[in-house]
Ligand binder design. Sequence first.
Ligand code: 13P
Length: 243
Amino acid sequence: MRKPVIAGNWKMHMTCAEARKYMADLVPLLNKSVEDRHIVLAPAFTALSTLAEVVKGSPIELSSQNVHWEDQGAFTAEVSPKMLLEHQVKYAIVGHSEPRKYFSESDEQINLRARSAQAHDLIPIVCVGESNDQRERGEAERVIRRQVEQGLEDILPEKVVVAYEPIWAIGTGKTCDSFEANRICGLIRKWVDYPDLIVQYGGSVKPGNIDEIMSMTDIDGVLVGGASLDPESFARIINYQVI
Ligand code: 13P
C-alpha cells in the first residue's frame, strides 16, 4: 500500500515569524481524517528550527530543500544531514529543477545528496522532469529515465520519493494533463522496478486540480510550490478527496 506524500516546497519564501503565523492558520483547517497521507513542509533552512517547534503535536513532518553529502567540512553555503536531523527533519528535496538550472547541479551530485540522505535516515525526494524543448523534441522519456537511473543509483527504493516535475509546468499555471502525468509516474515506477515506489507529481498543483490529480492510480502525492504558501490553499490540497 503506497501512502501518498503531500509536500509543500516553500522555496525562498517565509521568515520565521511568517512560518509561525502560517502554521497557526493551517492546522485548524486540516480534516481529522488525514492519517492516510503524509503531510510535509519544506521551508528554507533558516525556518527549520522554528517549524520544528511549532509542528510538534501536528501531523506535519519537515523536509529540507537540499542536503550535502559530507557530514561537515569546507563547503560554504551547504548544509549537512547531521545538521538537519537536529531539527527533526525527515525528508530532503534533492535535484529540484531550480538548483539544476541555476547552479548546474548534475545527476551525479544529486545522487550523492540522495545517498547521503538515506545513509542518515532522511528520505530523499528526488526531483526529475523534462524542459519544454525536450518534450517538444520527443525526448521527455529519455531525459527522465536518465535522471531516474543516475539519480537513484544505489538508492533503496523503499526509502525514497521520486517527484515528477515537468519544468514547463512549474510556476506557470500550466499543469501537465493528469493522464500524461500518471503515465510518466507509472513509467518511473516501472524503470525503478519497485511496485511500491512513491512517485509524486509537481507543477502548478492547486486546490482546483488536486482531486483529479490524486484520483490517478500511479500518482502518490504532490510537491506543491506556489499554492503551498497560502495556508487555505495548502489545507485544501492536503484535504484532497479522490473523485
Ligand atoms: P509550483 O507549484 O509553483 O508550480 O511549483 C512546483 C515546484 O517546483 C515544487 O517543487
